[in-house]
Design a protein around this ligand. Structure first.
Ligand SMILES: [Ca+2]
Ligand SMILES: [Ca+2]
Ligand SMILES: [Ca+2]
Ligand SMILES: [Ca+2]
Length: 303
């Protein structure tokens, strides 16, 4: 994906919508409110590069359509001028809805995981195409889902964590292949589980957060390696935690959102560095808080 390096977080404060971002700096910057009026749906509000120009658009998932606020620059612009419906139907997966580049063309698409299949609505640069079923199968057997490029071909794959396996459904660009076991045991942290490229080789890795430490299982392109210790001690945010490349070096960093600050544990490629405070204060949306590019954990679920 060709995003510029930045992290954003959305806040719904009253009826205003805020984004904080870093350019290539080590502190979060505050910017003016971008979208006047309420701009969120039952599935939440997210930010992602939908047209491949390096600037995140805001995306909302109301019950019966998908809305987008986009400008060809920083920010989301004025609601009257820049908000449009990109898909005139509901798009909320029962097991999760993801913003991910499913076909690998550089812009972010919509992926919904339901009991019996996976649906994809590709970005056309000005709307989302009619959703197509990319895989038919039983997804009730899994516990959690993620969307990330595990094999490094540029197209996001679907990761399904079950009780005794980690399965990957790799994308061909137009459908998902049958799953393969990337690990013959489960992979779940008691304080959080993530899939993101922490060593910068282009393949998303598995990250498991426990109360007293964080372990990483690197992707080989076809399976997960053994769990390696990347940080000793507590790391999880009090409000939320994200994996996002906030300093733009190609390696996903750990972002902990706390009640009084946001801390970043930057990846060295082999460990997470000690915490740096990137933002002093409380930053959490009433609806949801997110990063841009969007995290690979679930984005939204059907009611
Ligand atoms: Ca795409
Ligand atoms: Ca892939
Ligand atoms: Ca990797
Ligand atoms: Ca980084």
């Amino acid at each position: 994906m060709n995003f510029k390096a930045f992290v954003g977080a959305n806040e719904v404060r009253g009826d205003q919508y805020f984004l904080f971002r870093t350019g290539y700096k080590y502190r979060l910057l505050s910017l003016p409110p971008f979208v006047g009026g309420g701009f969120y749906g039952v599935g939440g509000a997210f930010a992602a590069d939908l047209v491949g120009d390096g600037f995140a658009a805001a995306i909302i998932f109301p019950i019966d359509y998908v809305g987008v606020a986009h400008t060809a620059g920083p920010g989301f612009g004025n609601a009257d001028d820049n908000v449009g419906a990109w898909l005139l139907q509901t798009f909320l997966g029962g097991h999760g809805t993801f913003l991910a580049d499913a076909d690998g063309d550089g812009d972010v698409d919509l992926v919904a995981v339901n009991d019996d299949g996976v649906w994809v609505a590709l970005s056309t640069m000005f709307n989302f195409a009619t959703p197509a079923e990319w895989y038919i199968g039983d997804f009730k057997i899994y516990g959690s889902f993620f969307a990330a490029d595990m094999d490094g071909d540029g197209a996001a794959d679907l990761i399904a964590v079950g009780p005794s396996t980690v399965d990957v459904f790799s994308s061909t660009g137009s459908r998902l292949r049958a799953p393969t076991h990337w690990r013959s045991s489960t992979f779940a942290g008691t304080a959080g589980t993530f899939f993101a490229d922490v060593d910068g080789d282009g393949r998303a890795d598995a990250i498991r957060v426990e109360p007293n430490g964080t372990w990483v299982a690197l992707s080989s392109g076809h399976d997960l390696g053994k769990d390696l210790p990347w940080l000793t001690g507590a790391i999880a945010g009090e409000t939320a935690s994200y994996l996002a490349d906030v300093d733009g070096d190609g390696r996903a960093d750990f972002v902990a959102v706390n009640l009084a600050d946001i801390r970043v544990f930057r990846s060295t490629g082999q460990t997470f560095s000690p915490a740096e405070i990137w933002y002093h204060g409380r930053f959490a949306g009433a609806q949801n808080t997110t990063t841009a590019p969007p995290p690979t954990s679930y984005c939204a679920k059907a009611l």
